[in-house]
Design a protein around this ligand. Structure first.
Ligand code: BOM
Length: 143
């Protein structure tokens, strides 16, 4: 559900700082990772795709061809509270999106398109967290 997705996003977002430099993702292009869920967030910077690739690698969620590693991704999600309720659904949503953009050879662009498609799929399936939830939790974690 939406709460699990909030926790997974914040967990995944922990790798953003580590990946900023190598992906050239400036704070102007994305301040914090949870902005991903803003209604008006634009998926236009290739650097964000590179950053998501780097972040996924950090958690060992990619195969050698920079596609999602299904087992590792399922385990990653299951490690969050109630993660088992979303793990399979998320893997299947991401995989469905990967299939749509498999022709894109540039990994950074492909992953950016997959990420945007994944967000839309989450909204459609009612598992996308609200910005209010994201910000409240983010502030609580910082205190
Ligand atoms: O084909 C490459 C697969 C890349 C997956 C990109 C998925 C979108 C990730 C951005 C949002 C993340 C929120 C939670 C992390 C789930 C693993």
């Amino acid at each position: 559900d939406v709460n699990v997705m909030k926790d997974v996003t914040l967990g995944f977002g922990q790798a953003l700082d580590k990946c900023r430099q190598e992906s050239d993702l400036t704070e102007e292009k994305m301040e914090e990772f949870f902005h991903f869920w803003r209604d008006d967030f634009k998926f236009e910077h290739r650097e964000l795709g590179c950053a998501i690739q780097c972040m996924s690698r950090h958690f060992n969620l990619l195969t050698d061809s920079s596609r999602m590693h299904h087992d590792n991704t399922e385990q990653f999600i299951q490690a969050f509270p109630n993660g088992e309720v979303l793990a399979r659904q998320m893997v299947s949503l991401i995989h469905g999106c990967e299939k749509q953009f498999d022709h894109e050879e540039d990994h950074c662009w492909r992953i950016l398109h997959v990420a945007e498609c994944f967000k839309q799929a989450c909204v459609q399936h009612g598992v996308a967290p609200t910005m209010e939830m994201m910000m409240t939790e983010f502030i609580m974690e910082a205190e």
